[in-house]
Write a protein that binds this ligand. Structure first.
Ligand code: ZN
Length: 853
């Protein structure tokens, strides 16, 4: 069945559902092509639904897509509802009633991976945001919450659903979830799976059984994820006072999954790439990401499940908060400055680009066509930044009190951003009306800082300006928490960090009683998601800043400035930057992971965003070449110390994916990649031969490719790992990542002909095309071949998997910043995709928004 005509949904149109659902019983009889789902649903008139008392609601609409209705009855009397492509409408009694229906669905042909589908012979579900309607007819909206009892009949050894098991027999299982939940948290899994089991004793002494279910063969990749789960459970008790609330917590790994993972009540479902880990097959980066995603999904049990969202416009209520919580967790488990710097790099790379282009939207959007298109960096990452600012403004104690009030007041609710802000207002007595603009306006504010010095007084004058966008044509000033510290000439701290609270378009703050003019360190810890423009003494800050984030930021700013100077004015790399960097690298008191981040140059896309911000047209080839030139200059500058840096960071103890060891490997591999520029890959070849873990093996392979010695190593790697899907994803992705910009599109095109290029698997598709889209100079090749290749494949994928297709369309979102020739070529491809017959609503919405004039 085809998508219905696109319809725009507005936040302002919200009305409650006319009924509440008292209970849901589901009975699944599994069959690959003809699964039967019988539902028994008790509806009761909703007192919160304001209706005309003289006009009873006599018909009910239930969502339903791609489900074949076999029969239906109300209060045991057959009914014959009117069924359309989006649901059904039926006459109903004026009072409580029981709806029963049987439908048939086809999981084996469900390639969209939404609803009930099959992956490698196992059944699994993905219902967020609106996938439950592909399982049966239901009021599929998050404010309709109910208690579910689920029976599953099928020939599989493992049959799982939410909650606690009630009956477990051969080929039949019955589950009961006592916690009322919206349908998007429903889950079902059936398959030939093995469990890695453990247990956790909660703070009140209850024992919770924990299982990580995987396909036979993956048992050896479960231990790390299980430990991450136990660490998360403990952390949420210690830091937020939140205890787990069922006797059982299950996680299942599936190979075909559109996103990272899903927080279904008591039955989390994970993309196998987001949970399976081992020394031989996973990089340090994989381990850290897995730990963070397990924490994220677990934390949703309170922020998302116990308190859910009233409607999908409130998505950031659970996602922004949960991302913020998982970032706190990672900071506590690993290094807080390293985590913060990584998050800011990511925010600038993805969210700033989104906010700068045609897809810009507020953290709480006001309209959408396809909600799946709003699982964005703005809602997740900027949403987390907004909560971070709130905490900075009210302070740690008030934050803890407000969040506790939120849990007490709203447990069991489907809540809104208004509810969230109200607990902060009630706790602190603050008026958050202006702060709320962070939720309602799109765009990244520019914050200009100017200094004047007179007598013993430093005056900082800030001006904020947010570029207008289609989503927010006339942005009003924000409340901006600006963390500032002052440093003396000798590097000593003259004034510790204080928070300046900016509320006006222009505002001054003074520091008096100073004996000499200090160096101001502004926006410490990246205290607000803004673009800061401050002509500071960055070299001094790089040498002395006591705030680790701003010390790194000073180096980053110098790097960006020198790169932009090289591009626009043909200058040579700034020796002051290289000297400053050298002194940080030489400082072995600093954490290796931190020194590694110091060495990392801004990404190509970050530079393109910065150039566009400064009113220039980014030229991908020049950006690429300039970064290469700066790297060559770094090799010249550091040549003598690089071999030692490499040696010093070789880990001699047994492999562990902890912060300390991964920092050393990261720094050592940064040294390796500079050394490869001069040794032709000699050291990389040695590392490849001796690697006993994937971090070292993959880094060596990347360097061998760059040194032009990749061919044999890629063959060997493929022979070694051909049966491991997750490692083969790396093999596919790396070849595109490391390709010369001249032939990145050809490398991608060649990979699509490989017998293992299973393009219907989202991980594999993304390995090739996500990598191509992220290869800035390769994707934006002047011929337009990169654009065309991606468009060809998006056209092919759309009828199979609209969600993954639509997400990948964001590769085109930055088109407006390029030169007219590239703009034309991108728009031509966008139009070509748009003119494809029967294009999905997901892809249509994304590309229509991208191409909007
Ligand atoms: Zn989430």
């Amino acid at each position: 069945m085809r998508d219905a005509a696109p319809q725009t949904v507005y936040l302002s149109d919200y009305t409650p559902f006319p009924w509440t659902v008292e209970s849901v019983e589901l009975h699944f009889t599994l069959d690959p092509h003809a699964t039967r789902v019988r539902s028994t649903i008790r509806f009761v008139p909703n007192p919160a639904y304001v209706k005309d008392p003289d006009e009873p609601v006599l018909t009910m609409f239930l969502h339903g897509e791609n489900v074949k209705l076999i029969w239906a009855q109300i209060d045991e009397m057959p009914v014959d509802p009117e069924v359309t492509a989006t649901g059904l409408r039926t006459a109903v009694p004026d009072g409580p009633f029981t709806w029963e229906a049987e439908v048939e669905i086809d999981p084996a042909n469900n390639t969209a991976l939404e609803g009930l589908y099959m992956s490698n012979g196992m059944y699994c579900t993905q219902c967020e945001a609106e996938g439950f309607r592909k399982i049966t007819f239901y009021p599929d909206r998050p404010d309709v919450m109910s208690v579910f009892t689920v029976t599953i009949e099928g020939p599989h050894p493992v049959l799982l659903s939410n909650g606690n098991p009630v009956v477990t027999q051969k080929h039949l299982a019955k589950w009961h979830d006592p916690w009322p939940k919206p349908a998007y948290l429903f889950a079902l899994v059936a398959g030939d799976l093995v469990a890695h089991s453990d247990s956790f004793t909660t703070m009140s002494g209850r024992d919770v059984a924990l299982n990580l279910y995987v396909r036979p063969g993956d048992e050896g990749k479960c231990a790390f994820g299980m430990q991450a789960l136990k660490d998360s459970m403990k952390w949420d008790e210690d830091v937020y006072g939140r205890e787990y609330d069922l006797d059982l917590f299950n996680i299942v790994a599936v190979d075909d999954f559109n996103m990272g993972a899903m927080e279904n009540k008591g039955l989390n479902i994970f993309n196998s790439s987001a949970v399976l880990a081992s020394q031989a097959t996973s990089t340090d980066t994989n381990f850290e990401r897995i730990e963070a995603i397990i924490a994220h999904e677990y934390f949703h049990n309170w922020t998302g499940n116990r308190i859910t969202c009233r409607d999908w416009f409130q998505l950031c209520l659970k996602e922004g908060l949960t991302v913020f919580r998982d970032s706190q967790f990672t900071s506590d488990m690993r290094s807080a400055p390293v985590k913060r710097i990584g998050d800011v790099i990511d925010l600038r790379g993805r969210q700033f680009a989104e906010d700068q282009g045609p897809l810009a939207h507020p953290v709480r959007p006001e309209s959408f066509q396809e909600i799946n298109n709003f699982y964005t960096a703005t809602i997740y990452e900027k949403g987390a930044e907004v909560i971070r600012m709130l905490k900075t403004l009210v302070g740690d104690d008030a934050y803890a009190q407000a969040v506790t009030l939120y849990f007490d007041r709203h447990d069991g609710d489907a809540a809104t951003i208004e509810d969230w802000l109200k607990v902060f207002e009630d706790t602190t007595g603050r008026d958050l009306t202006q702060f709320k603009r962070w939720y309602s306006q799109a765009g990244t504010p520019r914050l200009k800082a100017e200094e004047t010095w007179a007598g013993d007084t430093l005056t900082l004058t800030f001006t904020q300006h947010t570029p207008p966008s289609a989503a927010t044509p006339a942005p009003q000033p924000y409340v901006i928490p600006i963390a500032v510290g002052l440093l003396g000439k000798d590097g000593s701290e003259v004034a510790p960090t204080t928070i300046l609270e900016m509320t006006q378009a222009t505002q001054s703050f003074t520091f008096t009683g100073l004996s000499a003019r200090p160096t101001a360190s502004i926006l410490r810890g990246f205290s607000a998601p803004v673009v800061l423009d401050h002509a500071a003494d960055h070299a001094h800050l790089l040498a002395y800043d006591t705030d680790p984030f701003n010390r790194w930021e000073a180096g980053r700013t110098l790097a960006r400035n020198t790169l932009i100077d090289m591009m626009l004015n043909g200058t040579r790399p700034d020796p002051a930057y290289l000297r400053g960097l050298q002194s940080v690298l030489d400082d072995t008191r600093l954490d290796p992971a931190y020194r590694r981040l110091m060495m990392a140059l801004p990404t190509q896309s970050e530079l393109a965003t910065a150039l566009h911000d400064a009113g220039h047209v980014p030229e991908p080839d020049i950006i690429y070449a300039t970064l290469e030139a700066l790297r060559d200059a770094m090799v010249q500058q550091f040549q003598d110390v690089l071999p030692q840096l490499y040696e010093d960071n070789l880990v001699t103890e047994a492999y562990a994916p902890n912060a300390e060891q991964s920092g050393m490997r990261a720094l050592g591999n940064a040294a390796l990649s500079l050394l490869t520029r001069v040794d032709g890959g000699k050291l990389a070849a040695e590392q490849y031969d001796h690697a006993d873990n994937m971090t070292q093996q993959l880094a060596a392979l990347a360097n061998l490719i760059r040194a032009g010695r990749g061919e044999a190593a890629l063959k060997a790697f493929e022979a070694q790992w051909k049966d491991d899907r997750l490692v083969m994803d790396k093999w596919f992705g790396l070849q595109v990542n490391e390709a010369d910009p001249e032939d990145a599109h050809e490398v991608a095109a060649t990979l699509t002909k490989h017998p293992d290029f299973n393009w219907k698997n989202p991980n594999r598709f993304r390995a090739v095309f996500g990598s191509l889209a992220m290869h800035h100079a390769g994707f934006h090749h002047a011929s337009g071949a990169g654009y065309e290749l991606l468009a060809d494949w998006l056209i092919r994928l759309d009828p199979v998997n609209p969600q993954t297709t639509a997400r990948m369309c964001s590769a085109f979102q930055t088109w407006k910043r390029y030169d007219p020739a590239r703009r034309d070529m991108i728009l031509t491809q966008v139009q070509r995709i748009l003119s494809t017959p029967d294009l999905s609503r997901d892809t249509t919405e994304m590309l229509t928004r991208i191409a909007a004039p």
